[in-house]
Ligand binder design. Sequence first.
Ligand code: TPP
Ligand code: MG
Length: 597
Amino acid sequence: MFFQRSCSKKEAPMPQMNGGQALIRALEMEGVEVIFGLPGGAILPVYDPIIDSPIRHILVRHEQGAGHMAEGFAQATGRPGVAMVTSGPAATNIVTPLCDAYMDSIPMVVITGQVGTASIGTDAFQECDTVGITRSVTKHNELVTEAADIPRAVREAFHIATTGRPGPVLIDIPKDIVDPKNPRSALDWYWPSDAELSAGLPGYKPTTKGHPRKIKDAAELIGQSHRPVIYAGGGILKARAAEALRELAELCDIPVVTTLMARGSFPDDHPLCLGMPGMHGNYTAVTAMQKSDLLIALGSRFDDRVTGKVPAFAPEAKIIHVDIDPAELGKVRRPDVPIVGDCRLVIEELIKAVRDLGGREAQPDRSEWKQTISGWQEKFPLTYEQSEPGDALKPQFVLEQLRDAAPDDCIVASGVGQHQMWTSQYWHFKHPYTFVNSGGLGTMGFAVPAAIGAKVGRPDRMVWAVDGDGCFQMTAQELVTASTERIPIKVAILNNAYLGMVRQWQEMFYEERYSEVYLSPDLPDYKMWAESMGCIGIRVESPEEVQPAIEKANSIDDRTVVIEFRTDSREKVFPMVAAGASNDDIITAQSHREVVQ
Ligand SMILES: Cc1ncc(C[n+]2csc(CCOP(=O)(O)OP(=O)(O)O)c2C)c(N)n1
Ligand SMILES: [Mg+2]
């Protein structure tokens, strides 16, 4: 992708600056308010002009933290997150967040330092092939070799990261083109116009408007369906289509499932909301999809955690599949009506098309379908057994208490494991952009830095991180960042002394042969660790202590509070569809109890 420098015609001489200054200036031009990062040799010249910039820089303790903070910021605000790190080990430290953002379509721009252009390929100190390493986990990446290309590269990076299917973009910047002591860093400042931007990206034109004929076909299919389900995915949030989704669902009176990536895109307390489908989805959401005659997939990608065994997935359903990325259509399941386009724009057109065909009145009588669904909801609610006095805390109980004490617009970030599934199941998400989590990659250690990033983006909101003891140990050091930068979040560690999700699989599918999953309830001492990082640490061991501890945490808004909840190690997440099994073979808490008793 090359932008023709020559097409930027200048009338007045442009100010001379160096590449480092130009990079920061370009970020300012893009409206960047905050950079998450950590400096080092190759990126040093870019850190110098940060001192004179209004952009806030947040100094992390590990580059992985910077990447997840940028992701949390982006997920909570819809604006691209920005991270900046040096070359070599710093670049490799940020590969996991790049992959995470790629899998979950999160707009993010990462700037990495690189050794000087003359040293590239010589195995120089802290050299690695960053663009090679990150090629498969970025939407686009570029090694910039001329200072004059910096403004163009930054403009393109933000454009590519935020348009079409969003994703991470990486710009690799060799030291010589930003170092003021090197003549190669001198450039005449310019800022590419919109026309120059698109002329420089001739192959990049995401389709946003759905094909009118296909939209009409979709409206007709909806009008013929007796058992439809809207299968809402993360694309709804990316396209800012939550309102349009609600209008469509209400107009057609169609129930909605919200995937892990779409939680909050349709309010959990809405009568048409069925909640989360998939491996740990609730019985009704899973079964309604399974028995439906029409799945309206909006910004969802038929992930294996949703479909279970693909040939057995929703066998009688016709499929309408709307996605901005044409590569998604037919990737897993052949759609009857494929529509490439932006979810919001397509849903708005679909609403018009449904109205043209007679609107709500023209929809078939679906009372039997609705009755069947409420029958499942009554028969198979999410359940768990409350602990007896003196027994260990139930994690689901902790989540219910956290949920009930938090304001509706509280942002929740979770780690990966059992606690993540319980958070998705038991929290009631009523607003979009309130659940921040790692869906596609399932990255342990995501919660703490992502919550920090979310709080930076939404300082007006209460932000809870719900973390596992295993996950917390992977990135907890970022609480030092939270304390020094005065970013007060709240962290709930569900300490079950195990890599709980793995333990659950070993219990259920490896005959209780527990291999390398035991951590320890009290090593580390989470309360002392939190306090050593400048936070308030609280330990909760019994049900009576839960509410007062949460109340205390919620009343503190100038410091990070960490509550360690000692929870029952044996608790498992239900319902569950075993990996590779059909969704018809869903195991509920009730059915599991019958089998083991
Ligand atoms: C970086 C990374 N390593 C390994 C895994 C595999 N894995 C998934 S869940 C899990 C256990 C998580 O333990 P913990 O944070 O204590 O959460 P719990 O399941 O106990 O709630 C592991 C090891 C992963 N998802 N990510
Ligand atoms: Mg655990």
